[in-house]
Design a protein around this ligand. Structure first.
Ligand code: 3PG
Length: 306
């Protein structure tokens, strides 16, 4: 009997776990659950006899892959897979998949929650600003970015995007304005919402030059990854321009230094963009179905490693 382990340091909502269980057990497989673990040894133990694992931002490295002797498949229930060592997985003969788009609306909604929070001065009762009529820059127009664009229309915002991979038909169908360079996006927009993945090319790519070029007052919203921010440079820009605010769902490494900018910086206590029952159900059940489809039909549609 195949064994599927759900290994989530940050657990799914119970309703999602029930859904995963139904799919996995419905296929005749066994399901095991490791939630809220705080020690890597627990993960190593849990995966030791797993054929497939479902994870979130949980780190899958060489050591985990070595411990998982029967492992054939890792499904990251979510979009970003920078937490999985893809080369090591390939070397171990393990297929890695993600579930693109399944939690995108949840992340996009949080981006707006954070925008309103920042524009209303962290709800401190003083007079703030409205989103309506402001220029919103969407930095990468993938699944989350597109949802941000859809919601921004409801707020009456003027929407700009930077993304060289988005087909022109989508840009036209969505009625957003595409800018040719990332520099133009930042120098044009009042608010920039970041949706790039963390890759060798994007890491530390958002710093002084981009944020410092934004019109006043500027708001940077990050629901993507902390690694894409050049933290020393962003701290420098926050110090030199008192109009800039930074709100993030991914706490920076230098959190103490950022917290010194009271009223202009906010980080959620724990990454929660995808933390809704709906997103957990969508991503969790998609992951379970992809596992069954992989074992039963060899479907590798969402494979992300070679
Ligand atoms: C993703 O990449 O899907 C999001 O960042 C959500 O991550 P999480 O599952 O760890 O909340």
């Amino acid at each position: 009997m195949k064994k599927v382990v759900v290994a989530t340091e940050k657990p799914f909502a119970a309703v999602a776990v029930n859904g995963i269980k139904e799919v996995v057990e419905g296929a005749g497989y066994e399901l095991a659950l490791l939630e809220k673990y705080n020690d890597k040894a627990q993960l190593l133990e849990a995966v030791s006899d797993a054929d497939a694992i479902i994870i979130r931002s949980d780190k899958i490295d060489n050591e985990v892959l070595d411990a998982a002797k029967n492992l054939k498949l890792v499904v990251r229930a979510g979009a970003g897979y920078d937490n999985v060592d893809l080369a090591a997985a390939t070397a171990h003969g393990v297929c890695v998949m993600n579930t693109p788009g399944q939690n995108a609306n949840a992340v996009a909604e949080l981006a707006f929650g954070m925008m309103v929070y920042a524009y209303r001065n962290m709800y401190n009762g003083t007079s703030g600003l409205e989103l309506k009529g402001k220029k919103l820059g969407i930095h990468a127009y993938g699944n989350v970015g597109r949802n941000v664009g859809r919601i921004a229309k409801g707020f009456g915002m003027d929407i700009y995007i930077y993304d060289c991979y988005t087909p022109q038909e989508i840009v036209e169908a969505d009625g957003v304005k595409r800018l040719d360079t990332v520099e133009e996006l930042y120098s044009t927009c009042d608010i920039v919402s970041v949706h790039i993945p963390a890759t060798p090319e994007t890491k530390q790519s958002i710093g002084k030059a981009l944020v410092g070029s934004m019109p006043k007052p500027a708001l940077l919203v990050n629901t993507a990854r902390k690694e894409v921010i050049n933290e020393p440079e962003l701290l420098e820009v926050l110090a030199s321009r008192s109009d800039i605010k930074y709100v993030t769902d991914v706490a920076p490494d230098a959190i103490k230094a950022f917290e010194a900018f009271e009223g202009r910086f906010f980080a959620t206590p724990k990454k929660m963009g995808a933390q809704t029952a709906e997103a957990n159900v969508n991503a969790g059940i998609a992951a379970a179905r992809q596992i069954v489809d992989y074992f039963e039909n060899g479907n590798e549609r969402f494979r992300v490693n070679k």
